[in-house]
Design a protein around this ligand. Sequence first.
Ligand SMILES: Cc1cc2nc3c(=O)[nH]c(=O)nc-3n(C[C@H](O)[C@H](O)[C@H](O)COP(=O)(O)O)c2cc1C
Length: 153
Amino acid sequence: MLDSDVLRLIDESVLCWLATSSASGQPSVSPKEIFASYNSDSIIIANIASPNSARNIRENGKANVSFVNIFTQKGRQVRGAVQERRRGDDGFEAMERVLVELTGGKLPFKSVFRVIAEDVSEIIAPRYRFFPDTTEQDQVESAMIRYGVQPRG
Ligand SMILES: Cc1cc2nc3c(=O)[nH]c(=O)nc-3n(C[C@H](O)[C@H](O)[C@H](O)COP(=O)(O)O)c2cc1C
């Protein structure tokens, strides 16, 4: 379900945005930096400080995760069923290992949100559509100016 482009964009994206919803339909969106692909069909996120997302996930098992490479300004939205898994639950330790690689063990988390992808759609900056000659290099250069960053080295 998560093809190689999606996996690459997950690796390139510094943050994702997790959208959940309460039983009554009240949406909530918040950033998460400790996230990774899992089993090529899911995105897993460390629940470090996300009590509202956790409550929503218990009330409503659907979520949407968006992520963008802020330089190429391309990304994806992944929609699907979401589960919260805690220590002792099936599969928790395997997911924990993947996420501890990202935290280096420095950010504790008690549970993991697993979004099992049902549908993926593309996110791209409008400039690519309005000006079809736009290259990724153009977009990277303008993003670097906008964010005020220099190439490494
Ligand atoms: C840059 C950034 C990265 C964050 N990464 C995570 C994360 O990986 N996991 C997490 O649980 N909270 C993370 N947070 C904190 C949550 O987004 C924040 O506590 C938020 O208020 C939680 O809202 P929620 O309970 O609606 O999910 C991050 C916050 C920022 C600003």
